[in-house]
Design a binder for this molecule. Structure first.
Ligand SMILES: CC(C)(COP(=O)(O)OP(=O)(O)OC[C@H]1O[C@@H](n2cnc3c(N)ncnc32)[C@H](O)[C@@H]1OP(=O)(O)O)[C@@H](O)C(=O)NCCC(=O)NCCS
Length: 159
């Protein structure tokens, strides 16, 4: 179970690119999705409104969420927790934390895209009451080059 007393969440932009790439690589090593390289994170941070929130336990990074804010909407670009820390509620904690933060900043809508076969992530998002609002046919590629649909999910932040 999560122990909130030991959790810290730090905002990072381009200075965190190397850390994010190293965590992303481990989190996505068993995923059909390619891990993103340091230079890819650097490019993402060139776009205004791109921010990451790194979650640490006793000062050790265990995962992060990368969001892009545009006007009154936000999008989750990627989100991961290191495998050894999974299934302890940390992703739920970080997702609920970012939702509250965006609500306090008066954002209205939160979106994300997820591979239709990423059961763990889809369960997490549904548990946090995200709704599927669309499907992008063949948006992702699998290991064999096969096409995998993206589900577009939405969380209504405004009350
Ligand atoms: C998806 C991910 C972020 C979940 O992190 P986590 O810290 O394990 O998630 P939590 O412990 O908060 O679990 C939240 C819910 O997710 C679901 N879940 C998590 N891991 C699961 C798994 N392996 N299989 C099925 N459901 C799973 C469960 O519904 C769980 O809620 P419950 O325990 O009350 O049933 C993590 O597995 C991960 O980083 N995966 C690789 C990267 C990735 O796919 N990111 C998402 C890209 S959109």
């Amino acid at each position: 179970m999560t122990d909130a007393a030991n959790i810290t969440i730090d905002e990072m932009t381009v200075e965190g690119a190397e850390l994010l790439a190293s965590v992303h690589e481990i989190c996505f090593e068993n995923s059909p999705e390619q891990a993103w390289q340091k230079h890819e994170f650097q490019s993402l941070f060139n776009v205004t409104g791109t921010i990451s929130y790194v979650m640490s336990i006793n000062g050790q990074p265990i995962g992060f969420i990368l969001v892009r804010e545009i006007l009154d909407e936000a999008e989750i670009l990627t989100f991961c927790i290191l495998p050894k820390w999974c299934n302890n509620g940390y992703a739920t904690y970080l997702l609920e934390w970012i939702i509250k933060k965006l609500q306090l900043q008066s954002f209205k809508r939160l979106f994300l895209e997820v591979r239709e076969n990423n059961d763990a992530a889809i369960k997490l998002y549904k548990k946090c009451t995200f709704k599927v609002i669309g499907r992008r046919k063949g948006y992702y590629r699998g290991h064999q080059g096969d096409k995998i649909d993206a589900l577009v999910m939405h969380y209504e932040l405004g009350v």
